[in-house]
Design a binder for this molecule. Structure first.
Ligand SMILES: C[S@@+](CC[C@H](N)C(=O)[O-])C[C@H]1O[C@@H](n2cnc3c(N)ncnc32)[C@H](O)[C@@H]1O
Length: 218
C-alpha cells in the first residue's frame, strides 16, 4: 500500500515537471523532424548503399564543386538518392530542382524530402526531350547514372541549356562503359556545350565525371 501511494505521488510530480509535449522547459522546443538529422542522407536500400560506395556522394560533389547557395537541377533524379545529398550541400540559401519523366519516382522523392524537412527541393515532371526547367536560373545541371537512359541526350540537354545562367555548368557522371567519353563529348558539343574538365578519379569504379559549359548563345 505504502509503495502504491509513493508511486502515485512520483507520477503526479512528473506530470507537473514534464509537460505533456515532452518539452522539459530547459530550452526552446525541439522541431518534430530536424532539418538535417540522422538518416537524412542514409541509403534507402541495399542498391543505393552499393551505388553510394561506387559514387561516394561527398567526393563526387567536391569534384563538381557543389557549394552552399547554388541553384542546381538534377535531370533524371529518380528516387532522390542524389537530391537529398544536393539539398543538404547547397543548404537553405540554395535550391534543388529534381526532374524526371517518372511520376512515381518523383512522388517517392518528394515524400523522402518531406520526411526529413528538406524544404529546398522542388520536383519537376519533364518530357522525354524537355526537362521543363526554369529559364536562366541555374548554376548547375547535374546528371548521374542517367545519361545512357535518355532516348536523345542531345535534344534533352540541348533544351536544358536555356535554364543555365550565362556562366552555368553541366556536370555529368556516366559509367564509362555505358557511354564512351568521346561519344559524351561529341554529343554534348552538338547540344551546345564545350568540355571544361574530365575527371577520372573514380575510374576504378567505372565512373567518369564531366564538366561542360555552354558554347552557343540562345
Ligand atoms: C538509373 S536512374 C538514376 C536516378 C538517379 N540519378 C540516381 O543516380 O539515383 C535513371 C533515371 O533517368 C530517368 N530518365 C530516363 N529518361 C529520361 C528523360 N528523357 N528525362 C528525364 N529523366 C529521364 C528515369 O526515369 C530514371 O529515373
Amino acid at each position: 500500500m505504502i509503495r502504491r501511494v509513493f508511486a502515485c505521488v512520483c507520477w503526479l510530480c512528473l506530470m507537473v515537471v514534464v509537460p505533456a509535449d515532452g518539452n522539459t522547459g530547459a530550452g526552446p522546443p525541439l522541431p518534430e523532424t530536424p532539418a538535417v538529422g540522422p538518416g537524412v542522407l542514409a541509403p534507402e536500400n541495399e542498391n543505393e548503399a552499393r551505388l553510394n560506395r561506387l559514387q561516394p556522394p561527398d567526393q563526387v560533389m567536391d569534384i563538381i564543386g557543389i557549394v552552399p547557395g547554388l541553384v542546381v537541377a538534377e535531370i533524371g533524379a529518380g528516387h532522390g538518392r542524389w537530391a537529398v545529398q544536393l539539398a543538404v550541400r547547397v543548404g537553405e540559401n540554395g535550391m534543388v530542382y529534381a526532374e524526371d519523366i517518372d511520376g512515381d519516382a518523383l512522388d517517392h522523392l518528394a515524400k523522402r524530402c518531406r520526411r526529413w524537412g528538406l524544404n529546398n527541393v522542388e520536383v519537376i515532371r519533364g518530357d522525354v526531350e524537355d526537362p521543363k526547367l526554369p529559364a536562366g536560373e541555374l548554376d548547375l545541371i547535374f546528371v548521374i547514372s542517367a545519361y545512357h537512359h535518355f532516348d536523345d541526350p542531345v535534344a534533352l540537354l540541348g533544351k536544358a541549356k536555356s535554364a543555365l545562367k550565362p556562366d552555368g555548368r553541366l556536370a555529368i557522371g556516366e559509367w564509362r562503359r555505358a557511354t564512351p567519353p568521346e561519344k559524351v563529348e561529341e554529343q554534348m558539343m552538338v547540344a551546345g556545350y564545350r568540355l571544361e574538365k574530365l575527371d577520372k578519379s573514380l575510374e576504378k569504379n567505372n565512373l567518369y565525371l564531366y564538366i561542360f559549359r555552354k558554347t552557343l548563345t540562345e
